[in-house]
Write a protein that binds this ligand. Structure first.
Ligand SMILES: NC(=O)c1ccc[n+]([C@@H]2O[C@H](COP(=O)([O-])OP(=O)(O)OC[C@H]3O[C@@H](n4cnc5c(N)ncnc54)[C@H](O)[C@@H]3O)[C@@H](O)[C@H]2O)c1
Length: 371
């Protein structure tokens, strides 16, 4: 493969992983005219055959190594357990492929750094999927914040809370080595990303966090578990609630919380809230709904006003996939090297370090823990 082959022609893609993420990538690529999904890999025999037939993917494999051994792929989608993100991405870059990687970029900041270094060395595109940014409510709020209408935002909240949502009894998600962490890495990274993205990427100065494991290991918590994830026979090893308080360089603070299991009114609820000097805004998403999820608060002629914009659903993964392919075909491969995924991985590292130490930790300019 050389540089000319992927500039302006059909991009040949291989997808690794057949779960929600893998299938969503596949459906998204299939909507783009200049992409051919050449190969799929994953262990679930029936699903592999079904996806291969339904979406006309000619080459089907079980192990990711078999897919990477092909010499005709321009790009790879990584949709597998988190511990495999780094080895697959680094191998793909060494072969000169572009990489679209599911969130979180990796289990730790150090691993995420290895991936971004490999992308830079190979001069290939590395895009991390933060698909919630493409929601209709987030897009409207982003544009509204950019007008300056909220004034100076001084406090924010980002939350993803489930009442019953541990992903899979015995799955890789609850295995520390395979996942790297629990809901903070899994869903917390989405809402941390939304907060940082909507606030215009402020620099984090300090983090103070706590983690709890209250339900995951309990036999009577069986009703808190959602089935259907890749089974590895793991016992419960990660947190089921994390809470963190972040201070930014501009004085703004953020309260972050993420849980798979709580006694609470939450079902599967996430969102962000912003408090500004001229207005406030909140996105509250209940069970992945998209209508009437954004409210903007201000005062008008001395009276409180609440605005509820009419929203669209947004395109989710399709946006990330489209931007990934556009970056590849543009030939300007310096545009995305996964720096947002790396920064978030480092901030989450700091959250876990703070929880372990039981105190606030300072953050250096690049997101690593300052000594
Ligand atoms: N952006 C999102 O909204 C979103 C949603 C779900 C998951 N994800 C991310 O996607 C990734 C996968 O999550 P999921 O929910 O789809 O998981 P899953 O457990 O449903 O699927 C994992 C897939 O990986 C495959 N796999 C495991 N080891 C493999 C190997 N050695 N070779 C080839 N295939 C292998 C399994 O066969 C399975 O098909 C995770 O990083 C997760 O955080 C992102």
């Amino acid at each position: 493969m050389n540089d000319e082959q992927t500039t302006g022609s059909v991009v040949r893609v291989g997808i690794i992983g057949l779960g929600y993420a893998g299938e969503t990538h596949l459906k998204s690529y299939r909507q783009l005219p200049n992409v051919q999904v050449v190969a799929l890999a994953g262990f679930e025999e029936d699903k592999l055959a079904h996806l291969g037939t339904t979406y006309e993917v000619p080459h089907l494999y079980h192990h990711y190594e078999e897919l990477l051994a092909r010499d005709d792929l321009d790009a790879i989608s990584i949709c597998v357990p988190n511990y495999l993100h780094a080895p697959i991405a680094i191998a793909a870059f060494e072969q000169g492929r572009h990489v679209l990687c599911e969130k979180p970029l990796a289990r730790t900041g150090a691993e995420a750094e290895q991936i971004t270094r490999a992308a830079i060395k190979a001069n290939r595109v590395l895009k991390v999927v933060f698909n919630q940014r493409a929601r209709g409510d987030v897009q409207v709020l982003k544009r509204y914040i950019e007008t300056g209408s909220l004034g100076r935002i001084y406090y924010a909240k980002a939350s993803w809370m489930r009442r019953y949502g541990i992903p899979g009894k015995g799955s890789w998600f609850i295995n520390k080595e395979m996942a790297g962490g629990g809901p903070l890495l899994d869903v917390g990274v989405h809402v941390l990303d939304l907060a940082l993205h909507l606030l215009g990427e402020p620099r984090v100065l300090t983090v103070s966090a706590s983690t709890y494991t209250e339900f995951g290991g309990r036999d009577d918590a069986v009703n808190k578990i959602k089935p259907g994830k890749f089974y590895v026979g793991s016992k419960y090893e990660v947190e089921d609630l994390a809470t963190a308080f972040l201070r930014f360089a501009d004085g703004t603070t953020l309260l972050l919380e993420a849980s798979w299991a709580t006694h609470s009114s939450a079902e599967d609820d996430f969102g962000v809230t912003f408090y500004g000097t001229e207005g406030g805004a909140e996105i509250k998403v209940h069970n992945y709904n998209w209508q009437d999820t954004l409210r903007i608060f201000t005062d008008m002629v001395g009276a409180p006003v609440e605005i509820r914009p009419q929203l669209t659903r947004g395109e989710g993964h399709l946006v990330a996939v489209r931007e990934f392919i556009a970056a590849i075909t543009s030939g300007n491969w310096s545009v995305d090297k996964g720096s947002d995924g790396l920064y978030r991985a480092r901030i989450l590292d700091a959250c876990y370090a703070s929880a372990l130490r039981g105190r606030e930790v300072p953050i250096a300019g690049d997101g690593t823990i300052a000594t």
